[in-house]
Design a binder for this molecule. Sequence first.
Ligand SMILES: [Ca+2]
Length: 241
Amino acid sequence: MLSQRNHKLGGTLIILDSTLTGNSSFFFAGGIYNNRGTATIINSTISNNFSHLTTGGLANDYGMMTIVNSTLDDNVGGIASDLYNGATLYFSNTILASSRNVGNCLNSGSIVASIDNWVRNGSCGAAFSGDLPLGPLQNNGGPTWTHALLPGSPAIDIGDPDTCPITDQRGEHRPADGDGDGHAICDIGAFERTEHDPTSVSLTSLGGLTRPAINLTWLGGFILLVLLGVTAARRWQLRGR
Ligand SMILES: [Ca+2]
């Protein structure tokens, strides 16, 4: 992993059931920049991160990155909003929904697998594309904040069962029958809609999509470096403000 302050080539990073939000970088990715390492992101939310020159969310520049059932939204970058791959990428059941500037995903490397991903502009081999409204980043249960799939969302019950984790980011069991048709199928993204989730979302709530001010400090990704080697099951939430 690489940053301006902490420069370490290679290494292994696992992010599980976590939220990275409010991080920023001028040169590198706002969320995570992987340089010759192995980065695995599962059941996690990468939201409202910023990079002036590269990607607001994730960048895989050399090395290998695997992304499973994660949600990327409200990220802003110079070349892509959510994801850049310059090396080897596996990703499945993942949402790239940012809509604030450039395309969602830019690939100049090898996408070994792109399975049942929802990418707003259809890039990087997406199976599904188009606008995908999500709930605001908020407490939807569980130890970390998430973007809920709204009632009736087309991302409900269309995920790949073979790469579906047994819980969502909140700890809710997967798969759940989110569309009530009697068939429990994995959802796309970090949030699995269950029968316990609210059946309506107030306009007031949706209108509250206020985002933290961009904070030109180096937080999220670098704190994670310190946590390398710590149990992968540990859950944390990083907020940049
Ligand atoms: Ca489901």
